[in-house]
Ligand binder design. Structure first.
Ligand SMILES: [Zn+2]
Length: 310
């Protein structure tokens, strides 16, 4: 196990815009920023935005505010080093009029092909939009809430309680045994041949290291000894923060017993077994933007072949 794994920039953990949170409650500043001609607006509906495909990837379609719909919820996303302000504009549907080659797309599809700036804007907007959609009512008193803080708070219209966007921590881990084989599992609903690292949500009152040990034991029956944190990235499908770990199975604890609920199968793979399976098309590696893929590549020692879409 590498205890100080080299890290690369994960696809959804990139940004090019300062969130400038100090402006979120400054209504005059926000109004001036919205109407400034340099301001860029990202329409979003149901997690989808408009993109255009380029030779090297894709770009978000960002509108000047005077071309953007005047209805919808505005979320202030931040400012860049040139002083340009960015807003998401959440509506029931995307604006009808499309220029040229623009097409609707979601974060899962284009998250890995956008620039740092666009990836950061989109992951922020997707996470906020989903949170607003599901938090119309106060969890304290049941009355309606309304948007505040330029989209980063919801405030109860009755008891004035303030509610903040929710992020659910989840651990994801690559476990190795004494032969440096890695533990991968598959869920019954996944496409045939899809294998990935184990993962699960952190429970109340639990540290993330404890969650790693518990989840691996529950899902695969394997006992984990030491664990080391690697990296994190937001995974707003709908609201997770993936915390990536590597870990070692405890001596004598490598026997596999799958729970049959979260996992239908789990196996120890050597590098040569994984390589042969991928080359034969029998094993599909985790998707390109996932932290699972990053963890497997850290262990494998080189980039995996391009992932099939799933
Ligand atoms: Zn309330």
């Amino acid at each position: 196990m590498s205890t100080a794994p080299e890290t690369k920039r994960l696809a959804l953990a990139r940004a090019g815009v300062d969130r400038a949170a100090h402006h979120r409650f400054d209504e005059p500043w926000l109004a001036a920023a919205w109407s400034h001609p340099s301001t860029k607006v990202l329409p979003i509906a149901g997690g989808e935005v408009f993109v255009v495909d380029t030779e090297t990837g894709s770009e978000l379609v960002l509108l000047p505010s005077f071309e953007a719909p005047q209805t919808g919820d505005r979320y202030f996303l931040g400012t860049d080093e040139d002083g340009v302000s960015y807003f998401a504009l959440a509506g029931e549907s995307l604006p009808g009029r499309l220029d040229g080659d623009a097409r609707p797309a979601g974060l899962r599809e284009v998250g890995g092909t956008l620039s740092d700036r666009d990836a950061g804007l989109l992951v922020h907007a997707v996470a906020l939009e989903h949170w607003h959609r599901l938090h119309s009512f106060c969890s304290r008193c049941g009355h309606r809430t309304e948007k505040a803080g330029a989209g980063h708070v919801r405030r109860c219209t009755s008891c004035a309680a303030e509610h903040y966007p929710r992020t659910d921590p989840a651990v994801i881990m690559l476990i190795t045994d004494e032969e440096d084989r890695c533990l991968l599992g598959r869920q019954a609903l996944w496409p045939e041949g899809r294998w990935s690292t184990l993962a699960g949500f952190v429970e109340p009152g639990e540290s993330i290291e404890q969650a790693v040990v518990r989840e691996v034991r529950e899902e695969a029956g394997v006992r984990v000894g030491e664990v080391a944190y690697v990296a994190s990235q937001p995974w707003p499908f709908p609201s997770s923060l993936m915390l990536g770990f590597v870990g070692k199975a405890a001596p004598g604890g490598t026997g596999i017993t799958v729970d049959g609920e979260e996992l239908s199968e789990a196996r120890w793979f050597s590098r040569s077994e994984l390589k042969a399976g991928m080359e034969a098309g029998e094993i599909l590696p985790p998707s390109g933007i996932s932290i699972a893929r990053h963890l497997v590549e850290l262990w494998y020692g080189e980039p995996l072949p391009a992932a099939a879409r799933w």
